[in-house]
Design a protein around this ligand. Structure first.
Ligand code: S3P
Length: 177
């Protein structure tokens, strides 16, 4: 079975960090969908939101991710936090990929995102509003994230989290044989 692995989860859940380590351990390509969007438009995600709005971003995000998902090369893909909400994207992932939801405590997400201005949905907020926004976003997405094949809590170090993910993947592949 070809390993096509997708990491999903909230902004700041560690998809990129863990994805890179996981890809290295499994000797697979690593793709970060946000980075592909940024490269394609030569603009940061923040700039795309600021200049063209979220709807524009979502349209381009869909187009680019659908193209990435068509690739046959086994890889580890870190999916932008909102992309799994897109039904077309989600259906392909659930059908053809091993999806892993990185379920990170909201307090940790808050700490990681509070001093970053890279995430337009969380920008320009005071402490209280940022906490409320993170909570609200999670509330609307939780059930959708939980559709992923596996859920991993991210309380351990990235290396240990990768070991746990690899165990789950191998067990799953064994069962499929
Ligand atoms: C978003 C998450 C971001 C990026 C954009 C929107 C979201 O990616 O795609 O800012 O809706 O959760 P990360 O999850 O990699 O931060």
């Amino acid at each position: 079975m070809k390993k096509k692995i997708i990491l999903i989860g909230m902004m700041g859940s560690g998809k990129t960090t863990i994805g890179k380590i996981l890809a290295k351990k499994l000797n697979l390509n690593f793709i970060d969908t946000d980075q592909v969007v940024e490269k394609k438009y030569n603009l940061t995600i923040k700039k795309i939101f600021d200049e063209f709005g979220e709807n524009f971003f979502r349209l381009k995000e869909e187009k680019i991710i659908l193209k990435i998902l068509q690739k046959k090369t086994p890889s580890v893909i870190a999916l932008g936090g909102g992309a799994f909400l897109n039904k077309k994207i989600r259906n392909i992932i659930l059908k053809d990929f091993i999806s892993i939801w990185l379920n990170t405590k909201l307090e940790v997400i808050y700490k990681r995102c509070k001093n970053s201005n890279k995430r337009p949905l969380l920008n320009n907020k005071n402490k209280k509003d940022l906490k409320i926004t993170i909570k609200d976003i999670f509330k609307t997405r939780r059930t959708i994230y939980s559709k992923a094949k596996f859920m991993v809590k991210t309380n351990d170090s990235p290396k240990l989290i990768c070991t746990e993910i690899i165990k789950k993947i191998n067990r799953f592949i064994e069962l499929k044989k």
